[in-house]
Design a binder for this molecule. Structure first.
Ligand code: PLP
Length: 380
């Protein structure tokens, strides 16, 4: 039965060679812009490609400002600082996410609280979020206080798993009611919309990643988006070692970070951004093919975009009805030249986060045991 799946994937990708889960495609102006960037000698963090990329990116997602960073994790780190998260504060996120989301919270010395996801989106569940807040928190002086720990919950970081938008409008409403800042981890969802609005633009701040395996890549890279001019200025300042403008003196007014994206990476990224629509269409078409193929399978369902959403289908995902079959499939495919990957382990199963507060994580556990990513690269 699994050999049929392998044959199907080989047919789609038109090869019997090794098929990676996801590979970058450089078919546009990448070399042209990179050569131009090298010739200009402006290879570091100041340069026209950084400026141009930020302008084009903001336009693409419909946010007022975009600030390019060295990677998605640094974008999250700085966004949380700008959301006023401080040492000993608390930040709500989902247990089912990539570890970077939780790491960024810990960089500040804040503590994550892990809340369940919805089965249909695999992203933070507004119902679980509201239930947790109603049962465990109270508003004191318009601050959300966790009654168990007496600490302040400052921010909430939902994540759009594999590019499928979570119920972000509902989450935003709840955050507003509790005076919690919404910071969207949209690392995986460039090109994905919720009710026709781009993911990453619902909260105070949103971030995207351009790591080598993301839908577009700069080798490494990230970006912060916001509509708040003040936050945008601060984001640029903090990511540029908090250096004050001066013609010849070194003056810094904060502990800053060396987090700006180099011009070289921005040159590559601008060329990638020009191809984003094409990549998204390619992946959505692939999803249609998988959906049709798995219709006949009574053990596996293909995971489709949730309602009210347009997904970029960054990583294609299937779910085993019986969790017992997941490992056999992973072993069989990886032993037969087709790379597949399990969904992440829940954060609460990692040693660093095992003592963090969480809810019952019922859906997260269900998905953890059953979801697998299959070949997702753009077909050329
Ligand atoms: C990729 C990713 C990040 C981090 O991005 P980097 O650019 O690798 O630092 C953060 N969150 C999620 C959910 C991701 O998938």
């Amino acid at each position: 039965m699994y050999s049929k799946i392998i044959s199907f994937i080989q047919k789609i990708y038109n090869t019997k060679d090794y098929i990676a889960l996801h590979e970058p495609v450089f078919n546009g102006n990448e070399k042209k812009y990179l050569n131009d960037c090298i010739d200009s000698t402006f290879v570091s963090s100041v340069g026209k490609y950084v400026d141009q990329f930020e302008k084009e990116f903001a336009k693409k997602v419909g946010s007022k400002y975009a600030i390019a960073t060295v990677n998605g994790t640094s974008a999250l780190h700085v966004s949380l600082i700008l959301a006023d998260v401080k040492f000993n504060d608390e930040v709500i996120t989902q247990a089912l996410t990539f570890v970077a989301t939780s790491n960024a919270i810990k960089y500040i010395g804040a503590n994550p609280i892990f809340i369940d996801v919805d089965l249909d989106t695999m992203g933070l569940s507004p119902n679980s979020l509201e239930e947790f807040l109603d049962n465990n928190c109270e508003l004191i002086n318009n601050q959300c206080i966790n009654k168990t720990t007496k600490k302040t919950i400052k921010a909430c970081v939902p994540m759009h798993t594999f590019g499928h938008p979570c119920k972000i409008e509902e989450i935003k409403k709840i955050c507003d009611n509790w005076n919690i800042s919404l910071v969207e981890d949209s690392a995986e969802s460039l090109g994905s919309l919720y009710n026709n609005k781009h993911t990453g633009t619902f909260g105070k701040l949103g971030i995207f990643s351009f790591n080598g395996n993301k839908i577009i890549t700069a080798g490494g890279g990230g970006v912060i988006v916001t509509d708040d001019e003040n936050l945008a200025i601060k984001a640029k300042h903090l990511t540029t070692t908090a250096k004050m403008e001066h013609p010849f003196e070194y003056q810094h007014d904060n502990i800053g970070y060396n987090y700006r994206l180099p011009n070289l990476n921005a040159a590559l990224l601008l060329a990638q951004l020009e191809q984003l629509d094409e990549f998204v269409e390619n992946k959505r078409d692939l999803a249609l093919k998988y959906d049709k193929f798995f219709k006949d399978n009574d053990k596996i369902d293909f995971i489709k975009e949730p309602i009210n959403s347009k997904s970029n289908y960054w990583l294609q995902a299937i779910i085993f009805k019986d969790s017992k079959n997941k490992n056999d499939f992973l072993e069989y495919t990886n032993n037969n030249n087709v790379m597949t990957r399990s969904i992440w382990k829940l954060m609460t199963n990692l040693e660093m986060f095992q003592d963090c507060q969480c809810d019952d994580l019922k859906n997260s556990k269900y998905l953890e045991q059953r979801v697998v990513n299959i070949s997702s690269g753009v077909r050329i």
